[in-house]
Ligand binder design. Structure first.
Ligand code: ZN
Length: 442
């Protein structure tokens, strides 16, 4: 595989056909993980989404695919509803786990990141996922993040923490930089965790509550100074180093979505393990970075989280090694559309387990749907199109959408059925519906 090191480039956009009755009449509503309520995902004519991207140190597993297919459904439903969709995302192409994996395997971290990012693009292309309009790597965002962190230090919303001996390159007197969470009175309003839960989750998910010199154990890292053997970039007044993960996403979201001061965007998305601390912290950074003139809260209006996929009884994770990789399934000859259907059989918010029945069920459904749309005429597709739209508008209920198409396929394939009311072109409308709204090419 040719590896290009540098800026990240998103994969090609699949063709999304326009459907009869465009724009869809009902607004798309989603479950807001912050409030537990079903809310209109994008009240205005524009729909702005930021979905957190991958850290490219292991190829796309079914859990990643499940998350990006979920947000792809949102993008497709919004487009069908006539929204002007602005979708931004990132690739965390420098971070601790990536560097650890590179060191453990003896691969240059840049090559590891570039090759895994390329593989992710291939997987997303195969799965028919609409790419983000702006897709930004952590490395290319370093100058912007460094400027943002310097501003936060300047305004008193961030502070330096002294380094251990040997760290900090030629300017060891400049410490690591942490956000002072007291600068944001709304901190905690994304995940609503109590102090004890917050501290435990922070420690469990990459935080450093025990770091000496912090004002508060929960304060998150904004700028990590240069360490021996680690890559570092010129951070101007901050000294050499690299960005923390939460501030990286905040700055990429701000710039990728073109957020003005105090401006909110519609949906912040990711896997459910990102709710805290990642989305709590990155939202807090956005509020402090770009407050409105009247102190309006910046950040996402709605937080949407996809459930995690388990395998062999445990959460699928790189550290446990129980990964089902999309690329491996593709290499084994499985149709990516069957993989997509296997994912869509579960509501995006559920926690479920991939097992040996998942893919065969997706394959059987794909074969049946392809059979059902193979004729020139067939049962009217109008009610099914309306049902698929309604299902997606109701918190992206893919299983309900699949059931509606299954019912149409059953009718279409029923032996010795009455064909007198068949409509010419109905199978074509059904195929376009499934393609446009569910991303399944028949
Ligand atoms: Zn993020």
């Amino acid at each position: 595989m040719a590896v290009i090191v540098g800026r990240v480039h998103a994969w090609p956009t699949p063709q999304v056909p326009q459907l009869p009755g465009f724009p869809a009449p009902a607004p798309v509503r989603v479950h807001d993980s912050s409030t537990g309520e079903l809310v209109e995902a994008a009240p205005g004519p524009q729909a702005r989404l930021y979905a957190c991207g991958i850290t490219p140190y292991d190829a796309t597993h079914i859990g990643h695919a499940n998350t990006y297919v979920a947000f792809d459904l949102l993008v497709r439903a919004w487009r069908d509803a006539g929204k002007d969709v602005v979708y931004a995302s990132n690739v965390t192409d420098v971070d601790d786990p990536l560097l650890e994996r590179a060191a453990a395997t003896g691969v240059d971290w840049r090559e590891l990141a570039a090759s895994q990012t390329a593989l992710f693009c291939e997987d997303m292309t195969a799965l028919g996922v609409v790419p983000p309009a702006t897709w930004t790597g952590a490395v290319e965002s370093v100058p912007d993040v460094a400027r943002a962190v310097a501003d936060l230090v300047e305004s008193g919303a961030a502070y330096r923490v002294p380094l251990e001996p040997g760290a900090g390159g030629s300017t060891p007197e400049l410490g690591d930089v942490y956000a002072d969470l007291t600068a944001d009175p709304r901190f905690g309003t994304v995940a609503h965790l109590d102090r004890e839960e917050a501290l435990a989750t922070f420690a469990e998910r990459g935080g450093d509550p025990g770091r000496e010199g912090k004002k508060d154990p929960l304060d998150p890292l904004l700028w990590r100074r240069e360490r021996p053997g680690e890559p570092a970039w010129d951070g101007g007044k901050l000294g050499s180093g690299r960005p923390g993960w939460h501030i990286e996403c905040a700055v990429i979201a701000r710039d990728g979505l073109g957020l003005a001061a105090g401006e909110r965007f519609d949906v912040q998305g990711g896997g459910s393990d990102l709710l805290f601390p990642h989305h709590e912290m990155s939202t807090s950074h956005l509020r402090v970075l770009c407050p409105g003139p009247e102190g309006e809260p910046a950040g996402a209006r709605t937080h949407v989280h996809a459930g995690l996929v388990a395998y062999q009884g445990e959460k699928m994770s790189k550290s446990l090694g129980n990964l089902v990789l999309v690329s491996r399934l593709r290499d084994a000859g499985h149709d990516p559309m069957a993989i997509r259907l296997a994912l869509l059989a579960h509501h995006y918010r559920t926690e479920w387990e991939w097992d040996e029945t998942s893919l065969p069920a997706g394959e059987a459904r794909l074969v049946r749907w392809r059979d059902a749309v193979s004729g020139n005429g067939g049962p009217s597709a109008d009610a099914t199109l309306a049902a698929v739209r309604a299902a997606l508008a109701d918190d992206l209920d893919a299983p309900a959408a699949l059931a509606a198409v299954d019912a149409w396929a059953d009718l279409s394939l029923a032996p010795s059925r009455d064909t007198s009311a068949d409509e010419e072109g109905a199978p074509g409308i059904m195929a376009r519906t499934v393609n446009a709204l569910l991303g399944v090419r028949l």
